[in-house]
Ligand binder design. Sequence first.
Ligand SMILES: NC(=O)c1ccc[n+]([C@@H]2O[C@H](COP(=O)([O-])OP(=O)(O)OC[C@H]3O[C@@H](n4cnc5c(N)ncnc54)[C@H](OP(=O)(O)O)[C@@H]3O)[C@@H](O)[C@H]2O)c1
Length: 254
Amino acid sequence: MSDLSYKLDDKVFVVTGGSRGIGLEIARLLLQQNARVVICGRKQPGLDAAESELKAGSDRFLAVPAHIGKAEDVDNLFNQTLSKFGQLDGLINNVGMNIITSVLDAEPSLWQKIIDSNLTGTFLCSQKAGRIMREKKKGKIVSISSIAARRSAPAMGIYGIAKAGIEMMTKVLAMELAAFNIQVNAVAPCMVKTDFSKFFWSNEDIHNEIVKTVPLGRIPDPIDIAHPTLFLCSEGADFMTGQTILVDGGASAI
Ligand SMILES: NC(=O)c1ccc[n+]([C@@H]2O[C@H](COP(=O)([O-])OP(=O)(O)OC[C@H]3O[C@@H](n4cnc5c(N)ncnc54)[C@H](OP(=O)(O)O)[C@@H]3O)[C@@H](O)[C@H]2O)c1
């Protein structure tokens, strides 16, 4: 699949949570397509590791420490993007986190933490990027949701509620930004082989049970999610907006 062309030469994309997992793969694919990429994450060592792995020149790549649930960090992320590259063509809201809890047992502070990192962070970044991109009447916003947005799963309740909010935000922003030629879409994966879900897929019994629910017969790698995301960032998706694409190996078709 590596010779697919999305025609993203010199476009500037912010990928939140680009230091590992799906975000790192999206950043890698964007760089392979000659785009310029800004990633963020909370921890500097993770950003440093991503920078050395991606081997991108400093003229094409920037890593900014930022917690996307904090407005001042988000302001700094986009200010640094504009001061280095002078433009913004797209945002990939990739950050997601979960803390295992039932809704009934969650303290309000735990609820807030999960909502902030998933839903509020996506709101803050989308608002900032939308305001920048509407000036030139062109742009893309793609958010990474999850099948947890539409199927309740034990221990992923608040996370699923936040992801459902992200899918509705996708529709709302798609309408608000349509007049500015900005397309807003989302990708909802099933379980993917990253650190996020390693506890589950690294257990052979659980792995085999999950695979039985996926018609395509495997748990996807980050690249399987990165390609549909890049399509939504490309001109090929110029007439799509407000949509969430399920990338689940056919699981939801059963
Ligand atoms: N893996 C799966 O099974 C799966 C399935 C469905 C959907 N998804 C979704 O796919 C997206 C990517 O997940 P992943 O599996 O690649 O996760 P991951 O491997 O845990 O990576 C998460 C990335 O986000 C960063 N991050 C976490 N919280 C942050 C915050 N508050 N502010 C800024 N950066 C933050 C992390 O860096 P720091 O730790 O340094 O902040 C890291 O770069 C998420 O939205 C997730 O919900 C994943």
